[in-house]
Design a protein around this ligand. Sequence first.
Ligand code: E4P
Length: 226
Amino acid sequence: MKFFLDTADLAEIEEAASWGALAGVTTNPSLYAKIGGKLDDFHAHIKRICDLVDGPVSAEAVSTTRDQIVREGRELAALAPNVVVKIPTMVEGLAATRTLADEGIPVNMTLCFSVPQALLAARAGARYISPFIGRFDDIADDGLGQLANVVAALGNYDFSQSTVGGQQVEVIAASVRSAHHVTQSALMGADIATVPFGVLKKMVQHPLTDRGLESFMSDWEKVKNA
Ligand code: E4P
């Protein structure tokens, strides 16, 4: 499993990248709004993220018609070689994905909540598909179960003819709210988990690691004083 950071916050990205395990970043309009992002700085901000990350950076199109999404997608893709255009799962989004994929522009199909949506996204040429976990849990549904269904269904078929450069579509476990979500996503074979910085920090932690470290340190003090 690869790890993406789900944020538009440059400090978080810089910090996570320094840990050595960051493979990409995903952003969305809400995450950009959360950092106080301004419309006229959006493209420059995406470029700044792309400079910090050695891997794909998803930047979301906010248009709702095919032609506008395609135009926006081309503009976003021109910002940096590692931009992935994030497009919501809807009819116009699927059509735009086909056009962009045919032009060699990678798409991350987002707001995916069902197996049929994921299958259509893969056939339309999406390079990445992002089934959301947490938002299912929010409505008292089983987010991990829904993700497992998507992973299993996509695994039944070969989509390499549909995607950019014949690469296999990758599933990004999205709307991740806990380390438990990451564990279960990995066990079911999701290719990537995109996680908020808070979850990434929790993934490193374990009380037995803390306790073990404490005893190693105190025993080493005994060695030094022996
Ligand atoms: C995915 O790429 C989305 O940006 C993100 O995971 C959404 O998470 P949320 O449901 O916690 O907002």
